[in-house]
Design a binder for this molecule. Structure first.
Ligand code: SF4
Length: 341
């Protein structure tokens, strides 16, 4: 019998939950199909179909959906409201299944289960059971698949904390050599024979802008090539970030924005641990606009003393302009550091 094909677009939650979601569906005997890494064609497909005023990541999500919609039986586009019981995701995430349904004709069936840990402590278990039953399995099979997925998620997040970038970790989990793979760490090695002063920069922003190398014109690799050790918010110890609760003048309700701002505030208070902060923002994003302004104000605070740069990405982000700004920022931070050493 042919396996049921489930499509997971390589966008938004992909960078955090793909290993868990894929494990869940594979445990139920399904085949998971993922869209390819973002390309110009995918962005153009998204721009054609999404509302003109949508933020860039929504447009990219639309493009990824277009890319796989005809190859699968179901598209998995959950309505994710809260995964931690405290903060929620921005309203665009909540309306994602509806936006996709209304804008893209001839869509394969959507699995648009709602997940909201603020309203229901059993939200994950109930979602796992409902989706399993809808696919013709028993509640028990759904729960068993959920537990496998939760286990993989824990291992995956542990790798991200250690400094493995999501794309490397995902490749390691699902390649033919899974289990034997050496994970490619964010393996900056101080003074590998170079005369440059090594730098350590926090690169903060949504996982779907920081880890999508097409959108950010390969920012992480470029920084690595400039002997910059990169710290992302996924690498931070949650206990450290807990201490940064309520540091902003206004409470931030959105999960990823809150994480980015907590990480920035941690480094503003511990400026010896970092040489600078790069905030990657998405064009057209309301939450980013607020958080970026708050970070910028705090960076100018005379107690913070952490060089800060905001990098906006959009569907037209050009490599040359981006590189010029990054190189200038690194040069400025390096000089500042050398003057102190
Ligand atoms: S948080 Fe910003 S970038 Fe992300 S979906 Fe919402 S508006 Fe778009």
């Amino acid at each position: 019998m042919e396996k049921t094909k489930i499509g997971i677009p390589r966008a938004f939650f992909y960078y955090i939950y793909y290993p868990a979601w894929r494990t869940y569906f594979e445990s139920l005997g399904c085949e998971v199909i993922t869209s390819p890494p973002t390309t110009k064609e995918i962005i153009d497909l998204g721009v054609e179909n999404a509302l003109a005023e949508a933020c860039v990541p929504v447009k990219i999500f639309f493009g990824h959906v277009q890319k796989i919609k005809d190859k699968v039986d179901y598209l998995f586009i959950p309505r994710v409201m809260s995964m931690n019981g405290k903060t929620s995701y921005c309203p665009k995430f909540l309306g994602l299944p509806d936006m996709i349904r209304s804008a893209i004709p001839n869509l394969s069936r959507l699995i648009d289960i709602t997940i909201d840990l603020r309203k229901d402590p059993l939200t994950f278990h109930k979602a796992a059971v409902k989706v399993a039953k809808d696919l013709g399995h028993t509640a028990w099979e759904g729960l068993r698949a959920f537990h496998k997925a939760a286990h993989i998620h824990k291992d995956y997040m542990a790798l991200l904390h250690k400094g493995v970038f999501p794309n490397n970790a995902i490749q390691g989990f699902f390649s033919e050599n899974a289990g034997k793979t050496e994970f490619a760490y964010n393996d900056f090695i101080e003074n590998k024979g170079s005369k440059q002063t090594p730098l350590r920069l926090a690169v903060l922003g949504y996982p779907y802008t920081v880890y999508d190398s097409f959108v950010n014109v390969n920012l992480l690799e470029k920084l690595k090539g400039m002997e910059v050790e990169v710290v992302t918010m996924e690498m931070m110890d949650p206990q450290i970030l807990k201490k940064q609760r309520n540091k902003t003048v206004k409470r931030i309700f959105w999960t990823f924005s809150e994480m980015a701002s907590r990480t920035a505030y941690h480094f503003f208070e511990n400026s010896k641990d970092i040489d600078g902060i790069v905030h990657v923002t998405a064009f057209g994003c309301g939450p980013d606009f607020i958080v970026d302004k708050l970070m910028e104000i705090e960076a100018k605070n005379k107690h913070s003393r952490v060089p800060f740069m905001s990098l906006a990405v959009d569907e037209h982000t050009g490599e040359v302009g981006m590189m010029t700004r990054i190189e200038a920022f690194c040069e400025m931070v390096r000089r500042k550091k050398e003057a102190v050493i």
